[in-house]
Design a protein around this ligand. Sequence first.
Ligand code: SAH
Length: 230
Amino acid sequence: MALLLFCLAQPSLAQAPGDAYAQLRQAMVRTQIQARGVTDPRVLEALREVPRHLFVPWPWRALAYTDGPLPIGHGQTISQPLVVALMTEALKLRGQERVLEIGTGSGYQAAVLSLLAAEVYSIEIVPELAREAEQRLRLLGYSKVRVRAGDGYQGWPEAAPFAAIVVTAAPESLPPRLLEQLAPGGRMALPVGPAGGDQSLTLVEKDAEGRIKTTVLEPVRFVPMVKEAR
Ligand code: SAH
């Protein structure tokens, strides 16, 4: 909160014009992302490009390029830039893939994915967030993203299989429908663990025969992936 007040008290930062944000964004990639070992040049380029400040509510805009999650309303958050980078890098996208995201939130991660893959399908359980993200993505020209309001545990069967799946809320265990909808040779990155407890950023790889291998990447803290009947 002190940092927020500080930033809002700095007119140059609170009202930073477009290119000032671009400078903050370059610095974010250098000091938060590259400095912590993310090397995929396509991922770094996508993070340099997507205007993260336009994905957070305006009172938080000045903090859009700081090293943490931020509130986006409805008790939800936009993930820390480093976490977006790590999850995206883990998918090893090359440009031709169809990708599924669970937890659209602000639409930021979906925008990043859309610069790295052919098609992005994104599901958000809070209808207002789904609507806002869809509008925002359309206005900003991210036309490869499709957003649906619904329960991510079900996946998007009509568009399956997906070469890559990213889940940006934490289920307690691997959601079976999402495993089913992962293509042979596909990769899924997701946090797994109890709500509010220790969660592990996990990479799931499905081989050509459909066998599953899981690797734990990092300890993380995400909002829980909620069941539809709350
Ligand atoms: N990827 C987002 C961050 C999302 S935070 C971004 O870039 O801004 C996690 C989101 O997952 C929240 O918006 C939350 O409402 C959503 N969520 C939680 N459980 C879900 C579920 N079962 N299905 C779909 N979305 C879910």
